[in-house]
Design a binder for this molecule. Structure first.
Ligand code: 5GP
Length: 204
């Protein structure tokens, strides 16, 4: 998708996981702990009470989304639950050039696209402890009716299978106890940064 992004300075971190797994909370905590920058995606999905426009997402209509996409302004995009989602290219390029850690919270299809353009990104997949637990968590959110929950659950199972087989993810983290999952995610990124620092020192 367009020209590759030079990520030689900063680190691009992808965090994915099925809905209901707690990835938004984990992403938020990882961002704070590692002083990272969160990539604000564009989406055509309707805004909810929990969302802040410009902070969680840029909420736009389908025509605007397609204009951005067709003008090459998105690094990747996907259609999820009937709505378009995409990562604006410029903030990613600018933050990586500044040497920052940039976090993309995107789905598996988006992660596959990014990995093709930027093979040196680092990708984490958050998993539920079991399918039963995921189904319980989706129900507990009380956001949707049973049919929608069943749909999300089926998609979640498919997404976990896809994540395992696609070869894009560097680590899989089970979110059983939230604090432990956050620690593991932070540690995985810290280890990766250290590994890269060492290999750069060896190259000089
Ligand atoms: P939600 O609407 O529940 O916030 O997100 C639905 C799904 O879309 C999640 O799996 C989320 O990770 C994914 N998503 C959010 N932003 C993007 C994006 O910019 N690109 C892609 N490919 N997926 C995204």
């Amino acid at each position: 998708m367009g020209t590759p992004v030079d990520s030689s300075k900063g680190l691009l971190l992808i965090i994915s996981g099925p809905s209901g797994v707690g990835k938004t909370t984990i992403t938020h905590r990882v961002r704070v702990r590692l002083n990272a920058v969160f990539s604000v995606s564009m989406t055509t999905r309707p805004i909810t009470r929990e969302d802040t426009d410009g902070v969680d997402y840029h909420f736009i209509d389908e025509a605007q989304f397609k204009r951005h996409r067709d003008a090459g302004k998105l690094l990747e995009w996907a259609k999820v639950f009937g709505n378009y989602y995409g990562t604006p290219r410029r903030p990613v390029e600018e933050n990586l050039a500044d040497g920052r850690l940039m976090i993309l919270e995107i789905d598996v299809e988006g992660a596959i696209q990014i990995k093709k353009n930027m093979p040196d990104c680092f990708a984490l997949f958050i998993e539920p402890p079991s399918e039963d637990v995921l189904l319980q968590r989706l129900r507990r959110r009380q956001r949707e009716d049973e049919q929608t929950i069943r749909g999300r659950f089926a998609r979640a199972k498919h997404e976990i299978d896809r994540a395992r087989e696609c070869g894009v993810y560097d680590a899989f983290i089970v979110n059983d106890v939230l604090d432990v999952a956050v620690d593991q995610a932070v540690q995985a990124v810290a280890d990766e940064l250290e590994r890269r620092r060492k290999s750069q020192t060896q190259e000089v």
